[in-house]
Design a protein around this ligand. Structure first.
Ligand code: GRF
Length: 231
């Protein structure tokens, strides 16, 4: 785990409008959150993580945030008597950050409609399957159970349905005959850790254009392209 504070990117790689304000929502171990922090600390992404918001007090993502010096807000789901009250508190916590981009990095709840509508085109999720196949929980188990030969991950914008918004990036991994859920999950997770930060980088360079279900990746200036783009 890297504990580097986020340095300022070189001047020629900073967008004209300054760095994008990114917040991350996470409920668990936070390995995708860490991958994002590591990418941001490397300095070539025009963004800064201004806060982690978690619904699970004590989860490891919070430890990662503290280690990296990222402020944390805990909105403990269990402390609210209704989902509506929880969503109101979450909405308030999010609005206070004035985010340009909200990342669901292992956030294990469905975001309420008001939040999704208010931040249309500004919320991204990572899912451990090649959507639209295997939405929801235990995607890797679903994939193995179905007998697929190829699995993978998807980064997509969030809409009001579960795991259904416009797809930004997908990466495939092979499924081997002797795979179990852990082995397959680990193989997919490796790709998640590359895909999610890269989608964030594209967003921060204003290179993602949404048109209905289609997300177009716009050409970058030479300095804003990198080796991923030949993948
Ligand atoms: C990842 O597999 C992600 O695709 C899914 O939840 C898992 C979170 O893992 N949405 P981590 O907390 O980022 O390690």
């Amino acid at each position: 785990m890297s504990g580097d504070r986020i340095p300022s990117p070189p001047e020629d790689e900073v967008g004209v409008g300054g760095k994008k304000r990114i917040i991350v929502l996470a409920s668990g171990r936070g390995s995708n959150f860490q991958a994002i922090l590591d990418e941001l600390s490397e300095g070539s992404t025009n963004g800064t993580c201004v806060r982690l918001i978690s619904d699970v007090p004590g989860c490891f993502a919070i430890e990662r945030a503290k280690f990296a010096g990222v402020p944390v807000t805990v909105v403990d789901y269990r402390a609210f008597s209704s989902k509506e009250d929880y969503e109101k508190a979450l909405f308030h916590a999010i609005k206070e950050c004035s985010p340009d981009l909200i990342l669901l990095a292992g956030y294990m709840r469905i975001l309420g409609r008001e939040i999704v509508r208010s931040f249309h085109g500004k919320i991204m999720n990572i899912h451990p399957a090649l959507l639209p196949s295997f939405p929801g929980l235990h995607a890797q188990r679903q994939a193995l159970g179905y007998g697929v030969k190829v699995a993978g991950c998807t980064v997509h914008f969030v809409d009001e349905m579960m795991d259904s918004g416009p797809i930004i990036l997908q990466k495939c991994v092979p499924v081997f005959p002797d795979d179990d859920e852990d082995r397959l999950s680990e193989r997919i997770l490796n790709e998640e850790h590359r895909c999610f930060p890269y989608a964030v980088k594209l967003f921060c360079q204003d290179r993602l254009e949404i048109n209905g279900r289609m997300v177009r990746v716009l050409q970058g200036t030479p300095f804003s392209r990198d080796s991923h783009e030949t993948d």
